[in-house]
Ligand binder design. Structure first.
Ligand code: ADP
Ligand code: MG
Length: 290
């Protein structure tokens, strides 16, 4: 990619071809090795790996130096972003591969799809808004929580998934082992914290107090996505203390989006549909399998 310009100011009418001074192939090879060395020193490993292909492509397509450099660095930027995303998803510990894209809105008629689309942008995380998903078992609360958490990780936010029981157990162990402050800092860290399944088990007083501390320290700073099979009116029973429940709800609901999911369990719907289809097959009136 060496270009030479004539030093003469008045171009001759019949330019005689002058031999283009080229860098010897040995010097080229050494420059190439130096460039690879620079990329390796700077830990731009993906750029280093793709250097030969980019140089060949640039040569074949007659790309400018700027365009070739942009192409090379774009490869490194893409690879860095994918690595960071993979790291965020690993850290998030999402329990299922559920995404918002594979959520069937027809099966959740009461749900405002536009609201979910808005939440999928992650803007609510900027205002530390909480999301509460309330409804009976099997209606898709965990699916939506995982989908929202995944969307948050994709949008660049630090995300973590836990269950109320797991959070309580970890706080209990932390208290015994003298790691309370570290554990509280851990639960304060992620921009998006999912606490799944509040209400399935009644929490001992100590666990309710741990949950209250986690909620309090995140209040107005970072978001919580919380799922529960119990309406907020029953949280006093779940937490074993109506005063703690009221204080917790006060903080959670102050800036929040509450999604009430009801209807039939998706698990049972699928189960019933299979049963119906089987019955129809055996009685001769076939229905499509869902
Ligand atoms: P919940 O947490 O409310 O008990 P889940 O989210 O665990 O329910 O849903 C149970 C199963 O049904 C999961 O496999 C989930 O992916 C699926 N499911 C529930 N609702 C839907 C839906 N509307 N669209 C697609 N899958 C759903
Ligand atoms: Mg669930």
């Amino acid at each position: 990619m060496t270009t030479t310009r004539s030093a003469t100011s008045t171009p001759s009418p019949t330019p005689t071809p002058t031999p283009t001074p080229t860098v010897s192939s040995g010097a080229q090879a050494s420059l190439y090795q130096q460039l690879r060395g620079h990329l390796a020193t700077l830990k731009l490993h993906d750029a280093a790996e793709h250097l030969p292909a980019v140089l060949d492509g640039a040569h074949a397509e007659g790309l400018s130096l700027t365009a070739a450099l942009e192409r090379l660095l774009a490869i490194e930027v893409d690879a860095t972003e994918s690595r960071r995303l993979a790291g965020r998803l690993r850290f998030a510990c999402l329990p299922t591969p559920a995404t918002l894209a594979d959520f069937d809105y027809d099966a959740a008629p009461g749900l405002d799809r536009h609201l979910i689309d808005e939440l999928a942008t992650g803007r609510y995380l900027e205002s530390a808004t909480n999301v509460l998903l309330i409804g009976p078992p099997g209606v898709g609360k965990t699916h939506l929580a995982v989908g929202l958490a995944r969307a948050a990780a994709h949008a660049g936010y630090r995300t973590y998934f836990t269950t109320a029981a797991d959070l309580a157990a970890r706080c209990h162990r932390a208290a015994i082992e003298g790691r309370w402050a570290t554990t509280m800092r851990f639960f304060a860290g992620p921009t998006c914290l999912v606490i799944d399944e509040l209400g399935y088990l009644a929490l001992p007083a100590e666990a309710a107090s741990a949950l209250f501390q986690v909620v309090s320290q995140r209040y107005l700073k970072t978001s919580i996505i919380l799922t529960s099979n119990k309406g907020v009116g029953s949280w006093g029973e779940v937490l074993g203390d109506t005063t703690v429940a009221a204080a917790l709800l006060d903080r959670l609901l102050h800036r929040s989006v509450v999604l009430n999911l009801d209807g039939d369990s998706y698990r049972l719907r699928a189960h019933h549909a299979r049963g119906e289809a089987l019955r129809a097959t055996t009685t001769g009136t076939r229905q499509p399998l869902r």
